[in-house]
Design a protein around this ligand. Structure first.
Ligand code: SIN
Length: 495
């Protein structure tokens, strides 16, 4: 936090959000073991601070607190919850500058993107403040005269959440906002790399008046993450679990949740196709791919992973994209104005990207620009051409700034290739052929489709994957349903 500009007059400095405690029952608490772990700025390797390294015992305590708080929170009216969520959203927006600096320092994304994320994150709180008032039941036509059939929707209970480092703010508000709006209470484990944005949200939730025990954040190091996750998944007091992260971890958590048959939401890895058809506006497609590929240095689940370009416009697309990459992308510390590409999250991520480039080049891909690490956690934005479906960068989620461009000939071929993956989170395509737009939008096997748009996430729309990319949907009015149970009430014996 040493290289940050001072806050605006009257605003809280980002450093005031750097807590050395976790947040349970409305209080700042240490781990029962007394242990802590360090949080490091990925841009410069400097330690920002230390937070409690909590374990299963601490998690069980937080679950009990959340369970007790649920008994009264579930009795509140939607209007009461809405008012508090709205206050929370306002506080997030009022503190956007400092929350963004905090987010950039722990996660690395450029400040402009961090501000975008805080706006996005606050947007979920605002949305769910509205949606909770629209949770409605049903009265069903009765087949028996003496009965009336009702459907109630009720909060599911204590909701466990495990959130990722790439969106340290918005993935929390997308889950916790929905849960709290529905009348549930929360035990959340943020990613070990980015606990401060989570703790800042707790601070603001408390200031907004959200009662003690409704939102609890348990911080833990990578070493303890497994036991914290397992405790959440296996606790009989937790009736819902929501996770955003890798498919491998999602599968493990799903297995652990089987023991108590929890309702589970999973937002897992993607392998998004980005298709540019021959009728596309090539300049628009280039702009679109810049957002879809290089946002967050390629570290989002919805990033374009395989870029398919029709053979008739392949060379033009590559040449135009290379010009924009060279001109517009600037690698550096996200806190510096002008940086558009921050560091990757850690050394392991850099090594993985290097391995992807080596694999592709060894199988015939050409490096058009970038291709190298630049020291520390930095990796150059990279374009690879003559990429094929056999290369690792086409088969696995890259999660880094490599744009691998694949040639195709026909719509049928490319839709087949796009769908030939176990993932199904996002897909994008550019076309000006109206019939093709409908055909391909319907045929892509993914939960999100961008047509002539490269960045489509918004609090108002559902976000969820097909196939191994996940279960359930977050965001929009669908997001709150994940935290509700349906109850059928039969009123009988009526005269
Ligand atoms: C993610 O990468 O997990 C979320 C991306 C988004 O919300 O756009």
């Amino acid at each position: 936090m040493d290289n940050l500009a001072p806050p605006k007059p009257g605003a809280r400095p980002a450093s005031s959000f750097v807590y050395d405690k976790a947040f349970v029952n409305g209080e700042w608490v240490a781990a029962s073991s007394g242990k802590t772990f360090e949080v490091v700025n990925p841009a410069n390797g400097k330690v920002i601070g230390s937070v409690p390294d909590m374990d299963a015992t601490d998690t069980e305590r937080a679950i009990k607190v959340a369970y007790k708080a649920f008994q009264s929170w579930k009795e509140t009216t939607a209007k009461e919850r809405s008012t508090l969520l709205r206050k929370w959203a306002n506080l997030v927006n009022e503190n956007i500058e400092e929350l963004s600096k905090l987010l950039t320092s722990e996660m690395g994304k450029p400040l402009a993107e961090a501000k975008g994320e805080i706006t996005y994150g606050g947007g979920f709180l605002e949305l769910f403040a509205e949606e909770c008032k629209r949770v409605e039941g049903d009265i069903i036509q009765t087949p028996v005269k003496s009965r009336r059939l009702l459907v109630l929707k009720q909060p599911i209970g204590v909701s466990g959440m495990i959130t990722p480092w790439n969106f340290p703010n918005a993935m929390i508000t997308r889950k916790a906002g929905a849960a709290i709006a529905a009348g549930c209470t929360v035990v959340l484990k943020p990613a070990e790399d980015t606990p401060y944005s989570a703790l800042a949200l707790c601070d603001l939730a408390k200031e907004a008046g959200i009662p003690a025990g409704v939102l609890n954040v348990v911080t833990s190091s990578r070493n303890n993450a497994g036991q914290v996750g397992k405790t959440i998944c296996e606790s009989p007091l937790v009736t819902k679990m929501s996770f955003t992260g890798s498919t491998a971890v999602g599968k493990l958590l799903l297995q652990q949740c089987a023991s108590t048959v929890k309702k589970v939401s999973l937002e897992l890895g993607g392998n998004a196709p980005f298709i540019v058809f021959e009728s596309a506006d090539v300049d628009a497609a280039v702009q679109g791919v810049m957002g879809a590929k290089f946002r967050c240095s390629g570290q989002t689940c919805v990033c374009a992973n395989r870029i398919f370009v029709h053979e008739s416009i392949y060379d033009e697309f590559v040449q135009k994209m290379a010009v924009v990459v060279e001109k517009d992308l600037k690698l550096g510390d996200g806190i510096d104005p002008g940086t558009t590409q921050g560091p990757l999250i850690n050394k392991k991520a850099v090594e993985k990207i290097e391995a992807h480039v080596q694999d592709a080049v060894s199988k015939g891909a050409k490096v058009v620009c970038g291709g190298k690490s630049k020291g520390g956690n930095f990796f150059e934005p990279t374009i690879l051409t003559e990429v094929t479906n056999e290369m690792r960068c086409s088969r696995e989620e890259i999660f880094g700034p490599i744009a691998g461009i694949i040639r195709f000939k026909t719509e049928e071929e490319v839709v087949g290739l796009a769908n030939a993956t176990s993932s199904g989170l996002a897909g994008y395509f550019y076309s000006r052929d109206f019939s093709q737009i409908w055909r391909v939008a319907e045929r892509l096997e993914s939960g999100l489709v961008g047509v002539n748009e490269g960045v489509i996430s918004t609090p108002d729309a559902p976000f969820g994957g097909w196939k191994e990319s996940g279960l359930g949907s977050e965001g929009g009015r669908y997001g709150i349903e994940e935290y509700l149970e349906i109850k059928y009430v039969c009123m009988g014996g009526l005269q």
